[in-house]
Design a protein around this ligand. Sequence first.
Ligand SMILES: Cc1cc2nc3c(=O)[nH]c(=O)nc-3n(C[C@H](O)[C@H](O)[C@H](O)COP(=O)(O)OP(=O)(O)OC[C@H]3O[C@@H](n4cnc5c(N)ncnc54)[C@H](O)[C@@H]3O)c2cc1C
Length: 333
Amino acid sequence: MNDILACLQKGPEGRLHPISFQTACQARDLSLSSGGEAFGVLIADESSPSLDGELSALGLSCVFVYEHQAFSIFDETIYSEALLDIIEFLSPSAVLIGATPEGRALAPSAAVKLKTGVTADCTALRIDSVGILVQTRPAFGGNVMADIITPYARPQMATVRMGATLIPSQPINGKTRILRRDASRLKLFSGLAKSLLTALEPEEDESQKRVIVAVGAGVREKNDLEMFKRLANLAKAGFMCSRALVERGWMPQGKQIGLSGKAVSPDLLITFGISGSVQFQAGIKGAAKIASVNSDEGAPIFRIADAPLAGDIYEIAPLVIAALEAAASKRRS
Ligand SMILES: Cc1cc2nc3c(=O)[nH]c(=O)nc-3n(C[C@H](O)[C@H](O)[C@H](O)COP(=O)(O)OP(=O)(O)OC[C@H]3O[C@@H](n4cnc5c(N)ncnc54)[C@H](O)[C@@H]3O)c2cc1C
């Protein structure tokens, strides 16, 4: 139960990704303080045997390898099936994943299913005196370094930034065992179907549109999003949001604007029910014009909006929709 699992990643040119050496090294170092063992897991397509040389030199107790054709294109839903399988098998105390784009998608996908937390982009890790993983990462826009712990849920999950630790504190002795686990019994196909559909119908990147409609916590019900989506469609605009709606689980993270979301630079940004926190504003510095609807005249967004509209979004949005529909039918006739 004190074991540490490093999730290894394949890199370019058929070699291990450099971040894998780092996560393996951190897992080894942490296991010395936790009193457990350090393991690795590699999820890869069927060309992974070429990595055995590198894997065996990582200084881990064992690396478990899942190979399947379904892993040839990264998809967090598919990859998390293998990660969950090894976590169930080993019950590690902590899981470390390199903060590559794939690692950043895989960690939360697995953490949600495990009902545990994940600390993203850690720059340092250590085990405290009672055996808990202390996960250090920049917070509040990088102004402070926060020590984050996961006191109860297990495993403790962290993604680690490249360059955090590269030098092992102990020399690597002995060969790492490599064990292949049967990936064909995993439920990979529901995930595969999803990734094929995504490949066939690539989602348009809303953040690149010239006009963006963004909605925030002022939206009262999930179903109400349809009205604002309709408005965005009529305006041929991207449809995005503040973090408040991502936290409610109403909008996907990919549509979040701000410090921990996307930076946008449309010709026109229209916000509905967004207060304009510093973190939201960090993502809209490139917008040429901003129009904002908010019932609170003192909302911070009004200090930067070119067109501040004080009012209820539920009264103003239907009026805008009606005006856009009238303009569209005029164009058609
Ligand atoms: C490290 C960190 C990173 C973060 N990153 C981001 C980020 O990337 N993006 C982000 O958005 N946030 C981020 N946040 C969260 C941020 O601090 C705010 O909590 C968030 O932006 C608030 O979202 P909001 O404006 O939708 O909600 P609120 O602040 O709750 O504002 C809702 C607004 O809606 C208005 N309103 C309510 N009802 C109506 C109505 N009927 N008609 C008109 N107006 C109405 C209210 O007056 C209010 O101004 C981050 C926070 C932290 C600590």
